[in-house]
Design a protein around this ligand. Structure first.
Ligand code: GLN
Length: 534
């Protein structure tokens, strides 16, 4: 029988609810349980795929091609399980499916209402995650803050689930803030008391409080919280600001949360195995050297827009005991005529150009790629970064001056990057990219083969445009190697330049598969080459 943990948030957003949920899941997995994770987002977009990354951060893509909230990236990195379409549910998805059923006549003449129709739809999504994953424990995070108008249907559904399943099958973890007031020099519990009252008003009694706080809370504060919030004292867990998010599970474990949750579920408290994770923290605390990597993108003012890329760089850094300093470079700033690229990249030992959409900043990225290629600086291009790498190569090595992507210039004479034929008739922008896992066959004796050590891989995609095979011969004649191909559709997946110290670019997104204890092969070799480039 699957058990359900629900993680809600109180007082303010941005408390690290996703990290709390992931940490608990990771601990329960380390206790030998099969865990699965899910996030509810109260907004009305069907998914975040059409949202501006500056507003919402990166879009994380699951192996089955769902465009999801970036918290799912944390989930996968913490629990090392691949999630799927049941893992990210928005109000948009719930309402559109209810309306579709209404039009189809599925409600047999009933008046369609928030309760029970919307709440049943949400409930089914929770149970579907349990059934399809066959997990012992499903952890569901509710986006937003308790009290938000938008999340009320979700909270009401959780109340019904708590009633339906009872205390041994459901567990409520409320993450909240204990602010510190300078002057009176005290930690304050009132905001937490109020947010628990909000939850109770909606019929939910939390079983655990995870308190984000700058300092550990005293016994007297815990007693006060326990008394006012109806939560046992030992179930009040401090979440003191950590140096690194990967420390959070160990901090929570020290306070016994995993054991207490299992006891509440009447499940055996198996021995825990945290060896790999503890070693990871030791590594992170003992990074011997630093290395700077330039990341050239157009959403750099919000680092979360490149969350998985930045994490992947750090993971590879852990392997080589290096702290990664990211030199965030706005690609538009490189477009100025008088820009001194030697100055911009002065301390950068490697250059990465990640994914992106639209015209803005494109020429700046091409300049950065040209700089990396001409100056023999280790380079990794991802998705748009690959498309621009071949455009740069076509323009400056093969003398196709007007080479471009039809995304930026639909009428260009040399469309090195073009729409796939099945994309030409697409009208809707949402959910219609080439998404999720596709096979890639890797040529022997290439950098890619050396990285992956196998000739068959699967990687996750999120793009609409493709390399135009008409130009393959020409680029090959000038020294570019097409080292990864999707054979089913004959699409280019990886390109590289063997004459260069380390120049590789891929059409897929390797960053979604990197793990803190097992970095991705492409990031591994990129960081390795960058370290050597001193
Ligand atoms: N804009 C490009 C495309 O749609 C690249 C997308 C990306 O980098 N994720 O193909």
């Amino acid at each position: 029988m699957t058990k359900y943990v629900f993680v809600t948030g109180g007082v303010v957003s941005g408390l690290g609810k996703g990290i709390t949920a992931s940490s608990l899941a990771m601990l329960l997995k380390a206790r030998g349980y099969k865990v699965f994770m899910q996030k509810f987002d109260p907004y009305f977009n069907i998914d975040p795929g059409t949202m501006n990354p500056i507003q919402h951060g990166e879009v994380f893509v699951t192996k089955d091609g769902c465009e999801t909230d970036l918290d799912l990236g944390h989930y996968e990195r913490f629990i090392d399980e691949e999630l799927n379409y049941t893992s990210n549910i928005t109000s948009g998805k719930i309402y559109s499916s209810v309306i579709e059923k209404e039009r189809h006549g599925d409600y047999l003449g009933a008046t369609v209402q928030l309760v029970p129709h919307i709440t049943n739809e949400i409930k089914n999504k929770v149970y579907e995650a349990g059934i399809t994953s066959n997990a012992d424990i499903v952890i569901t995070e509710i986006g937003g803050t308790v009290g938000d108008i938008e999340s009320q249907a979700f909270i009401e559904t959780l109340r019904q689930i708590q009633y339906e399943k009872g205390a041994y099958e459901t567990c409520f973890v409320h993450t909240t803030l204990i602010p510190y007031i300078y002057g009176s020099n005290e930690l304050k519990t009132k905001p937490t008391q109020n947010s628990v009252k909000d939850l109770q008003n909606m019929g939910i009694r939390p079983n655990f409080l995870v308190c984000r706080t700058p300092f550990s809370t005293s016994d007297s504060i815990k007693e006060k919280l326990s008394l006012f919030c109806n939560v046992p004292r030992e179930n009040i867990i401090d979440c003191v600001d950590a140096k690194n998010i990967y420390e959070v599970p160990l901090n929570m474990h020290k306070q016994g949360i995993d054991e207490l949750v299992l006891k509440q579920f009447n499940l055996p408290v198996n021995k825990i195995n945290l060896k790999d994770w503890e070693n990871l923290i030791i590594t992170m605390d003992n990074l011997t050297d630093e290395i700077e990597i330039a990341l050239v993108g157009k959403y750099v003012e919000l680092h979360d827009a490149y969350l998985s890329v930045a994490e992947s760089l750090r993971h590879a850094g852990y392997k080589y005991k290096r702290k990664i300093n990211i030199n965030w470079i706005n690609s538009e700033s490189l477009e100025k005529d008088n820009i001194n690229l030697n100055e911009v990249f002065k301390n950068s030992q490697g250059i990465i150009v990640p994914g992106g959409f639209g015209n803005r900043g494109i020429e700046g990225k091409i300049k950065a790629i040209n700089y990396a290629r001409v100056n023999n600086i280790p380079f990794l291009g991802i998705c748009l970064g690959m498309q621009l790498s071949v455009i740069e190569f076509a323009r400056n090595v093969c003398n196709l001056e007007d080479a471009n992507s039809t995304e930026f210039n639909p009428l260009c004479k040399n469309p090195i990057i073009d729409l796939m034929s099945d994309q030409k008739t697409v009208i809707n922008m949402g959910g219609t990219l080439r998404l999720g896992n596709y096979n890639c066959k890797i040529k022997k004796n290439t950098l890619a083969y050396n990285d992956y050590k196998t000739d068959e891989i699967k990687e996750r995609h999120r793009h609409r445009y493709e390399f135009n095979n008409k130009y393959m011969k020409l680029l090959e004649q000038h020294g570019m190697v097409f080292s990864g191909i999707n054979e089913e559709s004959n699409l280019v997946e990886i390109v590289e330049i063997p004459k260069h110290k380390h120049f590789i670019a891929c059409q897929f997104h390797p960053e979604f598969k990197s793990r803190p204890t097992r970095c991705h092969p492409l990031f591994d070799s990129f960081i390795h080459a960058s370290i050597k480039n001193k």
